[in-house]
Structures are given as structure tokens and as C-alpha cells.
Design a protein around this ligand. Structure first.
Ligand SMILES: *Cc1c(COP(=O)(O)O)cnc(C)c1O
Length: 347
């Protein structure tokens, strides 16, 4: 497959902005109109200077952690930036289309709408699995990207890997597999499959398993050609110095991250075991993520009354196959206990 042929013509021909730091990054730096007197307070980050455009050190850390090469790694301002860039690289506004598999993450559609890209929907099955045959049948000449979320939000389950592979093999366009929750999952990441599938883009993030939603650091893993287009189209200084410092440091704190994941998985089991004992709870869906989707009688009412009790969950009852469903993030032990207390108070 030729990636180049999938890329919008204006992007293929784009001469990227060359930042001052592309050519020289040491010496007497009088090239970028920075404030040479310094930031208002002193620290070791030299915040009066622009950040490095390509984040080599951070990308190297991510590459080692995910067992890929640095040239396979893009970093951006959350996964949301990566999603937006993929639209801008591969989809012509007002002409091209993408396929999503609802119920799924809402951002794909919003980002498509912002970019004036048509969204075709192929529902997941009632068991929240992909329908690869139907997806491939829905492909039109203008279809450029298929979005797959695994583990999926809001359903919490992982997609069957054989179905993902069927889509990857059957589609001559970009397949995005969003792995925001992969570190909570029993399934392996597809990160290493980018070697075998030039059309595969794996999205990851520091917002969930790394516990760093506040720094806004999203990751795309793909073959070097796709990554270099993402680098070319992104804003030159997209990832700021504060973010990259914290992100880099997090790789020397992997023990904390692993132990937090373990605590979440233990709490998840405890919450499921308790939730299924409630008479009002009709079904707790299998989960591979740090949240649970469950069906409860009068979900909208429960949602509102929980909020009155100070416990905020997400109502997902308007999503296909999700009638009367609530989505519950696994909290700390005491937060989860408060959730159950609130649930009992409203009965
Ligand atoms: C939370 C989440 C993300 C993370 O987005 P960021 O912009 O990186 O915070 C990505 N995809 C899905 C499906 C999510 O639920």
C-alpha cells in the first residue's frame, strides 16, 4: 500500500514551517524573538525559550516503553490533536468520508464534523464487537479512515483481534486503533503490528493509565511515513516544555504507574462483584478498561439522583445498544464506597 497516494495533495506538496530551532538550537540564540532576559522566575527549563519541535527525548522514551522505534512515534496535545491531524492529512473537506463504529468515543465524529468530513456509522453488535464484513461493505471510494476503539469507550470491552485484522487487511486506507485504555486490558497492544501494517495508526495517551490527563500528552504510533506527515502538519511547538518534562519523568516512575493500574484493576473487580448484587442492576458488561458500563432500571433517574448525592457518573442510555446504561469510572476505594452508598440512598 502506498501511504503517499492516500495523503491530500496539498499536504503532500506542503512546505512545512521551519522554526528557528530546526537549524540551530545552541549558541547565542537571537533568532526566535524570545525574551532574552528570561522567564519571570528561574528554573532549569529555560521557559523563555521555545520547546524543541520534535521532542526527541520524549519520543525515545515512549519508543523504548512500547518496543517500537523513535521514528514510529508522534507526540501531540492529547489524542485529540492526533485525531485532528489525521483528518487534515488524509481527508479532503467536503469530499472524503470516514467510518466509525458506535457506540464509541464521540471525538472522532466531532473532529470529523469540524473538518467537514462525512461520517458513516457501522454499529457494533449487541455484544459490542466489530462487524468487519459490514465495515468493508460500507467503504466507498471517498472513505479514507476507519476508526476502531479498543478497549472501546463507552462499552469498556476490547475488540476481537481477528476482526481488527480483517479490517486492516481488507481496507486500502488508514485504520486508526485507539488504545487509550490498553494498559488496563488483558489484550496486547497492536503497537508492534505497525511493522506489518503500513496503514495502521495506534493511538495512545498519558491521560488514563499514566494518570496524567492534566498535561495533555497524546501519542500516535505508526510507520515512519505517516509519522513524518504528522510532524509536518502539526503546529511547530505543539508539546510544551512543562508537559514534556513531566512526561519524560513519568518513565522513571513506572513502578508507581504499574501499582496504580493494579489498584484500579483490584477495585474494578470489587465494584463489579458488588454491583451485580443490586436488584436494580440488570447487567454489568465485561470490562477491559478503568470504567464499567452497566444497565440499571430507570438509568436517567438514577443518574440524576446520584448527582444530587454528589456522585457524578455518565449517562450513556442514548447510545445504540446502550438503553438504560450508565458508565462508571473506577475511583478510589472510598470514592467507590460513596458511589454504593449513594446508590442505596436513592432506592
Ligand atoms: C480518554 C480517551 C482518549 C484520551 O484523549 P486525550 O486527548 O489523550 O486525553 C482517547 N481516546 C479515547 C477513546 C478515550 O476515552
Amino acid at each position: 500500500m502506498k501511504i503517499e497516494a492516500l495523503v491530500r495533495e496539498n499536504i503532500r506538496n506542503l512546505k512545512p514551517y521551519r522554526s528557528a530551532r530546526d537549524d540551530f538550537d545552541r549558541g547565542i540564540l537571537l533568532d526566535a524573538n524570545e525574551n532574552s532576559m528570561g522567564a519571570p522566575y528561574q528554573d532549569d527549563l529555560e521557559l523563555n525559550r521555545y520547546p524543541m519541535p520534535y521532542q526527541e527525548e520524549l519520543r525515545e522514551k515512549i519508543a523504548i516503553f512500547r518496543e517500537v522505534e523513535k521514528q514510529n512515534v508522534f507526540v501531540g496535545v492529547g489524542s485529540d490533536e492526533a485525531i485532528d491531524l489525521l483528518f487534515r492529512i488524509f481527508c479532503n473537506p467536503g469530499k472524503d468520508r470516514v467510518i466509525v463504529n458506535p457506540p464509541t468515543y464521540g471525538m472522532y465524529k466531532v473532529s470529523a464534523n469540524i473538518n467537514d468530513i462525512q461520517v458513516d456509522e457501522v454499529l457494533l453488535t449487541e455484544g459490542f464487537q466489530l462487524q468487519p464484513q459490514k465495515i468493508l461493505e460500507a467503504v466507498q471510494p471517498e472513505t479514507k479512515i476507519i476508526f476502531i476503539c479498543s478497549p472501546n469507550n463507552p462499552t469498556a470491552n476490547s475488540m476481537n483481534i481477528e476482526d481488527v485484522v480483517k479490517v486492516l487487511e481488507g481496507f486500502d486506507g488508514i485504520v486508526v486503533v485507539d488504545e487509550a485504555y490498553i494498559d488496563f486490558s488483558g489484550q496486547e497492544s497492536l503497537a508492534k503490528s505497525i511493522e506489518n501494517f503500513p496503514n495502521l495508526v495506534v493511538l495512545q495517551t498519558m491521560s488514563k493509565s499514566f494518570g496524567l490527563a492534566g498535561i495533555r500528552l497524546g501519542i500516535a504510533l505508526a510507520n515512519p511515513e505517516v509519522i513524518s506527515y504528522m510532524m509536518k502538519v502539526k503546529a511547530p511547538y505543539n508539546v510544551n516544555k512543562l508537559t514534556s518534562k513531566v512526561a519524560i519523568q513519568s518513565f522513571s516512575m513506572l513502578e508507581n504507574i504499574t501499582s496504580n493500574i493494579k489498584s484500579i484493576l483490584e477495585e474494578r473487580q470489587r465494584v463489579i462483584s458488588k454491583l451485580v448484587t443490586y436488584e436494580s442492576v440488570d447487567y454489568v458488561y465485561p470490562t477491559d478498561a478503568n470504567f464499567i458500563l452497566f444497565k440499571i432500571k430507570n438509568a436517567m433517574d438514577v443518574y440524576k439522583k446520584l448527582a444530587e448525592e454528589g456522585v457524578i457518573v455518565r449517562y450513556r442510555g442514548n447510545e445504540p445498544h446502550c438503553e438504560d446504561c450508565l458508565r462508571l469510572t473506577i475511583g478510589t476505594q472510598s470514592e467507590n464506597d460513596r458511589f454504593f452508598e449513594a446508590l442505596e440512598n436513592i432506592r
